[in-house]
Each structure stands twice: as C-alpha cells, then as structure tokens.
Design a binder for this molecule. Structure first.
Ligand SMILES: Cc1cc2nc3c(=O)[nH]c(=O)nc-3n(C[C@H](O)[C@H](O)[C@H](O)COP(=O)(O)OP(=O)(O)OC[C@H]3O[C@@H](n4cnc5c(N)ncnc54)[C@H](O)[C@@H]3O)c2cc1C
Length: 427
C-alpha cells in the first residue's frame, strides 16, 4: 500500500480522479482500524493521509468553520480567548474534527450537550468526480424500512448503522465510504465554568448499587451536568499517580452557576455514598488522567501485538444493571480487564487485556456479547464506529432493508468502489 499526503484540494482531486481504491485518514486514532496491520487487513491500493491539507478554523456568527486537519485540541485552543466553547470532543483530542464527522464521534460531553451529529450545521465533501459538494442540515428523512429500523434506536448516541435524517448525515458515520469530507460548520455554545467532582465508590464487581444510584440521580440534571464518566479500579491502577486505590470513581462536571443548587438536589439522593467520598479535583487533572487510561490500554495491546478487544455498547438505563451483570461474568474469566466510559449515558467500554493465547476465546465471548446486545436492543457501536475490527460483528444487526440501502448508497455515490471499499457498506 502506498501513502499519499495531498497538500491541497487540487492534489486531492487529482488523486480521486485516478479512481484508485483508497482509505482516507487523518490523525489515525481510530480504535476500530488496526493501523499497524493495514497491509494485512485492507485490499485498498492507497492510504491518503489528509492531515496536511491546508487548515482553516474560523468563528463565524458563533459557529465554527473547519477545513483540513484541525484537531479537537486546536479548536479548544482557538476558542480559548472567546466566549464560545465546542460541545463535543472525543477523549483523544489529537483526533481531527472532520474525521469525527466520518466516525460520528461523540465523547464525554454528550451527556450534557447531546451528540456531535446534531451539532453539525453543514459540511462539504469531495465526491467521486472530484467535485466539492455542499450538504446542509435540512431534514431529508429516508423513509421506509431502513429508517423504521433506525427509529427503534431513538435516544442512543449512534444506532448500529448511520442515521440518515438530514442531508449532511450522508457523510456522518459513513466512515469515508461515500466521499471525502473537506469542510464542516459546527455549532458552539456560550462558555461557562464547571467544577469537577469525584465520587469514590466500591468496586463495581463487588457492589454496583451506588453507581446505579448516582447514574439514576443525575438523569434529570443534564442542563447543569455536562460529564458523567466512570473509571473502575483496574483503569485507575494504570495511572502514574493514582488518585484512589482499590475503588472506582464516577466524575461529574457541574456548571458553577448552578453548583449549589445541583449539589443540594443530588447529595440527598445518594444514600449509598458517604459525603467524605465526594471531593473536587481540577478539571485539567481529570482531563489528563481520563485520556491516559484508554491510551495505556492501546499501548499495552500494541506491545502484546493484540488487536483491541473492547466493547462500545450503549444500553437503556433499565438494562444497565443487566449489562453490569454481564460484565461481572466476564470479570470472572481469569483474563485481565478494565471498565470505563460514559456511564451517565449507560455507555461503557469493557476491555479485555488478553495475551495472544486467549484471543480466540475472547473473540467467541465478544460474538456472544453482540447477540446479547441485539436481544436487549442496545446500541452495539455507539461511539467509535465499525471500521474493520467490528465489521464481523455487524452482520447480525442487518436486515434486508439495511443491505438494500447500503447497496443503493454505494451504487449511487461510489460505483467504482474507490472510497474505503473494505468498510461496512460493502459486502
Ligand atoms: C485514547 C482514545 C480515546 C478515544 N475516545 C473517543 C471518544 O471518546 N469518542 C469517540 O467518538 N472516539 C474516540 N476515540 C476514537 C477516535 O479518536 C475517533 O474515532 C476519531 O473520530 C478518529 O479521528 P482521526 O482523525 O484519528 O480519524 P482516523 O483514524 O484517521 O480515521 C477514522 C475513520 O474516518 C475516516 N475518515 C477520516 N477522515 C476522513 C475524511 N476527511 N473524510 C472521510 N472519511 C474520513 C477514515 O477513513 C476512517 O474510517 C478514541 C481513540 C483513542 C485512541
């Protein structure tokens, strides 16, 4: 496979017009594409790295215009001296915003602000003829069985497959299989200050009642709480400077303007959590440790040459205890593991940390897990997408209308199969 780095839209167009099969990437932080093994798993001729396209970031009428390889980190920095903030960032802020459209990224702040998809006002993409096409966010609902199927996943961050509700949804969550995203305009929000609170909890394997009580208690406080994150004791043990030992934590970011009011409402609801186990830490400290954990997981897998064996499923709150019971069984399998994620949205990442020898049996467990998620109508790939790694698990979620819709989309937008042909839209 050859790698290209287009430096302008003209370079990009020239490549698209060669009609060579390519995967278009940006920061390469996707956890569902095994970048260190691409030669083995992809049949594409080219990797086209878009990170050197000219960057543009501009605040126009309180909306943020993004072109080229602008990262979430850079957008946060750009807005530092303004009174606006972005409403989304994935935990890995070195990822690019335009790639975030392709993967329908979400992140910690989805608890308070909802999904990135809904914050996209418009986007531009390069189609198979090298033309830049504009897509607005007007509603253009695909009717019929496909959309009926997707409607069953209302309330989830991402259903198993893309939610084609607005024109720009064509490029959101389709992982670059229908064109190359070149620009987006996204909403921002008025900047407000937040305080970060840690709630120290028993290990979920022993007792998850306090976790569940906290999660249930914050559901009606989303206007004031933008983050509700979970780190279990195994995840915390990876930290260079562990904040607590042999305990789990849930972290909330609470708007300062309503802090007193929120704590007054919240604390009396938490009969299972002692007041001395609630403490404040600096937001930057939390951000550092929050990203340190998944990065460590990825590094450990890379060291063992194991493809990540983790989940990305979201369930409804009435299934949260069942999900935790399911994960409890996994915790007893004798394979190292950790659990963390966006617990406020009942969206957790269970990561097996296997050696090469246990990979096969973990794959079987994951296959069974997706049967379980299907049976409770949970969302199997709520945030990180499908890529290559999750592709084998997706078949069971498809029905004939899904297959038909994928075929039609590919025929209409990419009949030569030049855009990421190893992706989930292709057979
Ligand atoms: C430590 C860690 C934490 C993470 N946390 C989160 C999280 O909280 N939430 C979350 O959603 N994700 C998370 N991720 C996953 C990852 O960061 C996101 O999927 C992110 O959107 C990928 O951005 P990227 O620039 O690295 O894209 P890449 O990995 O370069 O590409 C990802 C996919 O998008 C396609 N693509 C990229 N750019 C374009 C383009 N311009 N046009 C068309 N297609 C394109 C690629 O073909 C590929 O399929 C995390 C990853 C890590 C390593």
């Amino acid at each position: 496979m050859k790698t290209l780095y287009p430096k302008s839209l003209k370079d990009l167009k020239n490549h698209v017009l060669t009609k060579s099969s390519s995967i278009y990437v940006m920061s390469k932080t996707s956890t569902v594409i095994p970048y260190d093994q691409l030669e083995k798993v992809l049949s594409e001729e080219y990797i086209v790295n878009l990170s050197q396209l000219p960057k543009r970031i501009e605040l126009i009428d309180e909306n943020l215009l993004i072109e080229g390889g602008v990262t979430w980190e850079e957008a946060i920095e750009y807005l530092k001296n303004t009174n606006r903030s972005i409403m989304t960032y994935p935990t890995e802020k070195s990822a690019c915003i335009l790639a975030g459209l392709a993967t329908s990224a979400t992140g910690e702040m989805a608890f308070g602000y909802g999904t990135f998809r809904d914050q996209v006002l418009s986007c531009q993409y390069m189609d198979r003829n090298g033309q830049v096409v504009d897509l607005d966010n007007k509603r253009n609902i695909l009717s019929g069985e496909y959309q009926d199927f997707i409607d069953e996943y209302q309330g989830f961050k991402n259903p198993p497959f893309p939610r084609f509700e607005r024109n720009c949804d064509l490029l959101i969550g389709t992982e670059g299989q229908l064109g190359v995203i070149t620009q987006a305009i996204i909403q921002t929000v008025k900047k407000e200050s937040y305080s970060t609170y840690f709630f120290k909890l028993p290990k979920w394997e022993e007792d998850y009642a306090p976790h569940f009580q906290l999660v249930s208690s914050v559901q009606d406080l989303r206007d004031s709480i933008r983050i509700c994150e979970f780190l279990d004791s195994n995840s915390l043990a990876y930290l260079k400077e562990p904040l607590v030992k042999n305990s789990d934590v849930i972290v909330l970011e609470i708007k300062n303007e309503t802090l007193e009011e929120v704590l007054e409402k919240l604390l009396p609801r938490l009969s299972l959590i002692k007041e001395e186990d609630v403490f404040e830490i600096s937001n930057s400290k939390f951000q550092e440790l929050r990203v340190e954990i998944p990065r460590t997981v990825n590094e450990m897998n890379a060291l063992k040459k194991v493809v990540k064996k983790g989940t990305d499923a979201q369930v409804r709150i009435d299934s949260l205890k069942d999900l935790l019971d399911y994960y409890r069984d996994w915790a007893k399998q004798g394979v190292k593991y950790n659990l963390f994620g966006h617990i406020g949205d009942c969206h957790l990442h269970f990561n097996f940390m296997p050696d090469q020898e246990s990979v096969e049996s973990i794959n079987e467990k994951l296959t069974e897990f997706y049967d379980y998620i299907l049976s409770i109508k949970g969302s199997p790939f709520a945030e990180h997408g499908i890529g290559i790694i999750k592709k084998s698990f997706l078949e069971k979620f498809k029905n004939s209308s899904v297959q038909e819709t994928f075929k039609e989309l590919k025929l209409q937008h990419d009949p030569e199969n030049i855009f990421f042909r190893s992706g989930f839209l292709s057979e």
